[in-house]
Write a protein that binds this ligand. Structure first.
Ligand SMILES: *Cc1c(COP(=O)(O)O)cnc(C)c1O
Length: 457
């Protein structure tokens, strides 16, 4: 059908299992390490994550059933439509076909509820009454608040103070869904009080907020902690995106030559890409590209190391590309892409040569985001704009080469809560941040003395 813009699936066609890429890797993932340098066992994490979900973090079976209770809630916005960006193709004059999964239809406006709903369900089943978490700009906090509301769980979100003050709308979403949102550092935890004692006016950081959320969790009854990206089980929950996309592409007899996603912690990228990487590992020919901000170039400039997930060094060591856990990114607008590390699984597939990484500056990304909004209508999140800018590059390349390439990317969320960045861009105030070797050297120094991951054999 020549006018087709959307490919939709019915509830009956929703994937009923998540894809676990760990089953297909040619080298096993290096395990997370505890403070003693030995691999962490599931039992060690039972105070932090519910024991009925923990096996997923270590699982090596290829398919894991999605419980009916989770599917029931996902039906609120899933299956998510696959769109073809015909207007953008026309504006670019490219022979390429551009397809995208629109994850902006979820109640919180991004892909994040795919895992927050799953995590809230496992906690509820396990008898947990309350979840704690941290949030930067508020996307994850609002996604978890939404999920907790669906299952009648209490939710406390430690939100980085500067965002709490400057970005009230995500906080209001959390409150509308019944969650408690505290500025971090807070008076609520010993760690928060200590930070405030040293500096009453600190803007806070994600590292501090993680430490507070974990302290709150382990010192409370019937409480667990929840993380929105990076970990294996989180990436697996997101594979429903790629599994739907494969069904949708098959319906119109298409298959992507290039798959693209933006990468902060790596979850939306992995969610779309991993089911396609399964085909690539089985011999299919396609390119897969993760796009990160040039101001936080974890995959393109960070070494593959063992590093902590948080600034205080409280979490186990993860084998990943990292800029060092003390890395403080410049204040680019894509808050969700400002993380010092990258999911171990995404880092691993880069190391295995299965994916490529690209680093882009924010002015190019906003330029593409505005072109997108003026052709395709939906206003993308600043994070999503990184994927869009890469798509534009690929489409222009297809034009130069005269190739009718099929591009598929993850439209990870809308930007309606992030219009300040658009304001800065439209007024010409936005500029690029260039990371200096000096900046890099300082944060990379925090890796000294940590164990090294084994080389690939
Ligand atoms: C949080 C977020 C991201 C980055 O997180 P990943 O775990 O890398 O997916 C990207 N896009 C949107 C819209 C987000 O909210």
């Amino acid at each position: 059908m020549s006018n087709q813009i959307k490919v939709v699936l019915t509830e009956d066609e929703i994937p009923r299992q998540w894809y676990n890429i760990q089953a297909d890797l040619s080298h096993p993932l290096p395990p997370p390490l505890g403070p003693d340098g030995k691999p962490v066992t599931p039992a060690m994490l039972e105070k932090v994550f519910p024991a009925n979900m923990l096996p997923q973090e270590f699982a090596t079976e290829r398919w894991i059933d999605i419980p009916e209770g989770i599917l029931e809630k996902l039906y609120l916005w899933r299956p998510a439509p696959l769109f073809r960006a015909r207007a953008l193709e026309k504006a670019l004059g490219t022979p390429a076909k551009i397809y995208y999964k629109n994850e902006g239809f979820s109640p919180a406006g991004s892909h994040k509820p795919n895992t927050s709903v799953a995590q809230a369900w496992y906690n509820k089943e396990f008898g947990i009454k309350r979840l704690t978490t941290e949030t930067g700009a508020g996307q994850w906090g609002s996604a978890l608040a939404f999920a907790c509301a669906l299952f009648g769980l209490k939710c406390r979100v430690y939100m980085v103070r500067i965002s709490f003050d400057q970005k009230p709308f995500r906080k209001l979403m959390m409150q509308a869904w019944g969650a408690e949102c505290l500025p971090s550092p807070s008076e609520n935890t010993a760690f928060g009080r200590k930070v405030l004692e040293d500096d009453m006016d600190t803007p806070g950081s994600l590292g501090i907020a993680i430490s507070e959320a974990i302290e709150d969790c382990v010192s409370s009854k019937d409480t667990r902690y929840s993380l929105g990206s990076v970990l294996n089980h989180v990436l697996m929950h997101q594979t429903i995106i790629g599994l739907e996309a494969k069904k949708q592409m098959a319906k119109i007899n298409e298959y992507p030559d290039v798959v693209i996603g933006c990468a902060g912690g790596g979850s939306n990228f992995a969610g779309l890409a991993f089911p396609f990487l399964a085909d690539k590992m089985a011999g299919k020919n396609l390119r897969v590209v993760a796009v990160e901000p040039a101001a936080c170039p974890t995959l393109t400039k960070g070494p593959f190391v063992y590093d902590h997930g948080d600034c205080a060094g409280m979490t186990p060591l993860l084998a990943m590309h990292s800029l060092g856990h003390t890395f403080v990114p410049k204040p680019i607008h894509a808050g969700g892409l400002r993380y010092h590390g990258m999911a171990p699984l995404v880092s691993h597939v880069l190391r295995e040569g299965l994916i490529e990484a690209s680093a882009l500056h924010q002015v190019e990304c906003y330029t593409s985001a505005v072109q997108w909004a003026r052709t395709e209508g939906f206003i993308p999140a600043p994070e999503t704009s990184h994927a869009i800018a890469q798509v534009v590059r690929e489409a222009n390349r297809a034009k130069e080469e005269g190739k009718e390439r099929v591009i598929l990317f993850n439209w990870s969320g809308h930007g309606l809560m992030d219009l300040t960045g658009y304001d800065n861009f439209l007024q010409g105030h936005l500029h690029d941040y260039h990371l200096t070797d000096e900046d890099m050297k300082k944060s990379l120094a925090s890796l000294e003395g940590l164990p090294k991951p084994p080389p690939l054999k």
